[in-house]
Design a protein. Structure first.
Length: 65
């Protein structure tokens, strides 16, 4: 799915860039150009970072029943 129409950037590209180590919106902007034109995609692009950070944090938690 296209996230950034202005720069033709897909969700897959954003996810791959995050998996490769990008951890801030600035890094996504530098590496992909996402949210550097009209900015309409910035919230959605940032949500991929938040989702990744949440998974990283919660993946180390052990739940005891």
């Amino acid at each position: 799915m296209f996230v950034c129409i202005c720069n033709a950037i897909t969700d897959r590209e954003i996810k791959e860039t995050i998996a490769a180590g990008a951890s801030t919106m600035g890094e996504l902007q530098d590496q992909l150009g996402v949210a550097t034109c009209c900015g309409c995609c910035s919230e959605l692009a940032a949500s991929f970072l938040s989702a990744t950070n949440t998974q990283t944090v919660t993946s180390g938690i052990t739940v005891h029943a």
